[in-house]
Design a binder for this molecule. Structure first.
Ligand code: NAG
Ligand code: NAG
Ligand code: NAG
Ligand code: NAG
Length: 341
């Protein structure tokens, strides 16, 4: 099991969890001196870049896989209503404070630089699930692209001893595969084998601190509520999260000079769903139909939404609102502080 060291679990709110957040630590970790967050994942994590594919990436896509150093160095994070999949800043932006302000921000201008290679709609690998679009960059390809085009440039400025690699992936995988005719625990372990061989590539580039986020309670998405056959169901999510936690632990066992952190996003988000009023949330069961309309901030009633978007847990059928990302980021931050030596 994951152990928390040097502290026991320090949480503001009591919770019971099958996969408690924890750190497996062999080297000093200090969030306050972390200068770089290198992120991989899907729409929960992607940020729009001025040199990215609109609505999908910070930089490049599968058809534009290669990029030159100038493109990366000049790229800026865009912050507008449509620049994330949540209608506002997402968890990595709140966590680093990088790209939070309206307009564009160069990662170089941030105290904690966010280098975000997540791609909206990504799964882990085409070995298991088809691409959402022919331009989608899977997690495996995000890491390949990072290895080939980003790291050769970033290594000139990024001090890896002050870098944290954050990975949140599986949201699309578990949905896309939920009706497969397979033994799911075995299948999720295969997915994790592939994910962690990409993590090993990142390790070989010199990165030693890792943050893994597990899957949210996707069985409680609006589309799944009241369904006799939610897709994915709670059992599948438990199996996936177990596989992630076991592989994260095994990775740390193999590479003992790493810090491997697991944030139990499942528990945190379940707690918010169960205690919405503590967070100013009134709507956990549905999303506002006009969520992506330009006037949604003030004109929500015109779209049949009794309360503002920020009082909703769900932004749309599969994503949480920016408000929830903000709460999540502060919970992650609290852990990262607690895990700091
Ligand atoms: C990006 O998403 C916005 C909001 O959903 C949409 O209006 C716009 O057309 C999309 N852009 C592209 C290039 O798909
Ligand atoms: C990608 O898919 C689009 C839409 O289906 C198609 O028009 C385009 O030719 C495809 N591009 C490539 C490179 O396959
Ligand atoms: C969820 O789906 C899996 C795979 O179809 C099935 O084995 C399991 O019993 C389901 N769990 C629930 C709670 O429905
Ligand atoms: C939740 O949102 C839906 C869709 O906007 C709306 O119809 C419903 O009345 C809301 N529920 C509450 C409790 O506000």
């Amino acid at each position: 099991m994951f152990v928390t060291w040097p502290f026991l679990v320090l949480v503001a709110i009591p919770m019971v969890s099958a996969y408690p957040s924890g750190i497996l630590q062999k080297r000093p970790f200090e969030w306050d001196s972390t200068k770089y967050l290198i992120a991989f994942g899907d729409s929960y994590t992607y940020v729009q870049g001025t040199h990215g594919l609109q609505n999908y990436s910070f930089i490049g896509d599968l058809q534009n896989f290669e990029y030159d150093p100038q493109t990366l160095l000049a790229d800026k994070i865009v912050q507008i209503q449509t620049a994330t999949a949540e209608g506002g800043p997402n968890w990595v932006e709140y966590l680093t404070g990088c790209g939070l302000v309206e307009g564009v921000t160069s990662p170089f201008d941030c105290e904690q630089q966010l280098w975000d290679f997540a791609f909206a709609g990504a799964d882990i690998s085409v070995e298991y699930t088809p691409l959402h679009h022919n331009f989608t960059v899977s997690l495996v390809n995000q890491v390949k692209q990072f290895n080939d085009y980003a790291q050769p440039v970033l290594k000139q400025t990024v001090d890896q001893s002050h870098a944290l690699v954050a990975i949140w992936i599986g949201i699309n995988d578990i949905g896309d595969s939920s009706k497969y005719d397979v033994d799911f625990p075995t299948f999720y372990n295969e997915l994790m084998d592939t994910l962690f061989s990409s993590v090993q590539t990142i390790y070989s580039l010199g990165y030693r601190s890792y943050l893994f986020m597990n899957l949210p309670p996707l069985d409680r998405r609006p589309g799944n509520l009241g369904s006799a056959d939610p897709s994915p169901n709670a059992t599948q999510i438990t199996w996936y999260n177990d596989a992630l936690s076991q592989h994260a632990e095994a990775f740390h066992g193999r590479y003992t000079d790493t810090n491997v952190m697991l944030f139990d996003a499942h528990s945190e988000l379940s707690y918010i769903l169960d205690h919405p009023s503590q967070y100013g949330i009134v709507n956990t069961t549905n999303f506002c139909a006009g969520y992506d309309q330009p006037d949604i901030a003030w004109n929500y009633k015109a779209y049949g939404c009794p309360t503002p978007l920020s009082t909703y847990f769900w932004y749309n059928s599969g994503h949480m609102t920016s408000h929830v990302h903000k709460i999540l980021a502060s919970a992650v931050l609290e852990k990262l502080e607690a895990w700091s030596s």
